[in-house]
Design a protein around this ligand. Structure first.
Ligand code: PEP
Ligand code: MN
Length: 344
C-alpha cells in the first residue's frame, strides 16, 4: 500500500500511519520530498480507520513491488544537483571524460564542455574496469581534481562510487554519486547511497530488466533518499558492431512506470563515436530528461573509452540539436502546474 501525504499534512498523521503499520508488523518506508510532500510505502495493507487522518492525500492499494519508485503516487520528480534541475523540462547535458586523467586535463575538459553547452561535469576517479590490469583511475586525487574543476567552472560534478566504504569520502567531493552498470545490483552499495544526502545517478545494469532496474532504485529510495535519476546506458546484444545496444524503448516505458527522471548515455550505449550524436537526439525525442556523454579535448589520446568519446566541437552541435528537438516536441507542456512552480 502507498500512502501519500500532502505538503501540509500535520506531522502527527505520519506518526499515526507508521504506528498503525508497526502494530500490524508491516515494514513501512517513508520518503520525504524536497517540495514538502511525503509518501509511505507499506508492505501490506492498513485498515480504513488508520487512513482517516488529515493530510492523507491518496491511498493506493494496487501498485508494483517498487512502491516508492512507482508512478502511482506522484507526478514527475525533479532532482536538484547544485543549481541544475533534472526532470524539470529542459534537457540536462552532462559531459566530460570517461576517466579523470590529471588536474590540468580535467579542468581543460570542464571548460570545453561548459562552452559546448554542458551544465554538469562527469569523470571517473574510481573506475570499474573489466581487466584488473587496466588503469583504475586516480582515486581520491581524481576527486580533488574534479572538485577543482567545479570551483573553476561552476559545473556540478557526478562521479562513480564503487564501494560502500568509499561513499562518504566520494560524497565530500562530488555533487552526485554515480552507481555504475556493474554495481546496479550491489544491494549493500545501493542501501549505503540511500543513506547519503547526495543525489544518485543509477545506471541500468547491462543485463538488467526494466523491473530489476526499478527495484534497484527502490533500494535507494527505501533508505530515505528521494533524489534518484535513472540512466539508460545500453544492454548486451548479439551484434559486435556495437559495444552495447542503447535500449531507447526503456525511456518512455520507465517514464510511464516511474516518477523518477531518466537520462541516457549514448556513449556506452553505442561504443561508437559517430553514433553518439544521432542517439542523443533520438533519446531526447524518446522523452529522456538529459544525456551523459563522454567528451575529451583530444579523443584519440583519451586514456579510457576513446572510441566512443567525442570532442567538444561535436558536443556543441549535439547540444544545439538536442535543445531544438526538445523545443519542437514541447515536452514542458506535460508538466503539471505544481512542477512548473518549482522551476520558476
Ligand atoms: C562510466 O560512466 O564511465 C561507466 C563506467 O559507465 P557504465 O557503468 O554504464 O559502464
Ligand atoms: Mn567510460
Amino acid at each position: 500500500m502507498i500512502v501519500t501525504l500532502s505538503q501540509d499534512a500535520p506531522i502527527s498523521t505520519l506518526g499515526h500511519v507508521l504506528a498503525a503499520a508497526a502494530s500490524l508488523q508491516l515494514d513501512a518506508r517513508t520518503l520525504r520530498y524536497p517540495d514538502g510532500g511525503a509518501v509511505v510505502g507499506i508492505n501490506g495493507s492498513l485498515p480504513g480507520d488508520a487512513l482517516t487522518h488529515p493530510g492523507i492525500a491518496n491511498v493506493t492499494g494496487k501498485h508494483p513491488a517498487y512502491m516508492l519508485a512507482a508512478r502511482n503516487h506522484r507526478g514527475n520528480s525533479i532532482v536538484r544537483v547544485g543549481d541544475v534541475l533534472i526532470g524539470a523540462g529542459s534537457p540536462v547535458i552532462i559531459a566530460g571524460p570517461c576517466v579523470v586523467e590529471g588536474r590540468d586535463e580535467v579542468i581543460e575538459a570542464a571548460r570545453a564542455v561548459k562552452a559546448a553547452g554542458a551544465v554538469m561535469l562527469r569523470g571517473g576517479a574510481y573506475k570499474p574496469r573489466s581487466s584488473p590490469y587496466a588503469f583504475q583511475g586516480l582515486g581520491e586525487l581524481g576527486l580533488q581534481h574534479l572538485a577543482d574543476a567545479r570551483t573553476i567552472t561552476g559545473l556540478p560534478v557526478v562521479t562513480e562510487v564503487l564501494e560502500t566504504e568509499q561513499v562518504e569520502m566520494v560524497a565530500e567531493y562530488a555533487d552526485m554519486l554515480q552507481i555504475g552498470a556493474r554495481n546496479m545490483q550491489n544491494y549493500a552499495l545501493l542501501r549505503r547511497v540511500g543513506k547519503s544526502s547526495r543525489p544518485v545517478l543509477l545506471k541500468r545494469g547491462f543485463s538488467a530488466t526494466v523491473e530489476e532496474w526499478l527495484m534497484a532504485a527502490e533500494y535507494i529510495l527505501a533508505q530515505g533518499n528521494p533524489n534518484v535519476v535513472l540512466c539508460e546506458r545500453g544492454i548486451r546484444g548479439f551484434d559486435a558492431a556495437f559495444r552495447f545496444n542503447l535500449d531507447l524503448n526503456a525511456v518512455p516505458l520507465v517514464k510511464e512506470l516511474s516518477h523518477l527522471p531518466v537520462i541516457v548515455d549514448p556513449s556506452h550505449g553505442t561504443g561508437v563515436r559517430s553514433l553518439v550524436g544521432h542517439m542523443s537526439t533520438a533519446a531526447i525525442a524518446a522523452g529522456a530528461d538529459g544525456l551523459i556523454i563522454e567528451v575529451h579535448p583530444d579523443p584519440a589520446q583519451a586514456k579510457c573509452d576513446g572510441a566512443q568519446t567525442i570532442d567538444p566541437a561535436a558536443l556543441a552541435v549535439i547540444s544545439r540539436r538536442v535543445h531544438a528537438v526538445h523545443a519542437a516536441l514541447a515536452y514542458e507542456d506535460q508538466l503539471a502546474p505544481a512542477e512548473l512552480s518549482l522551476i520558476a
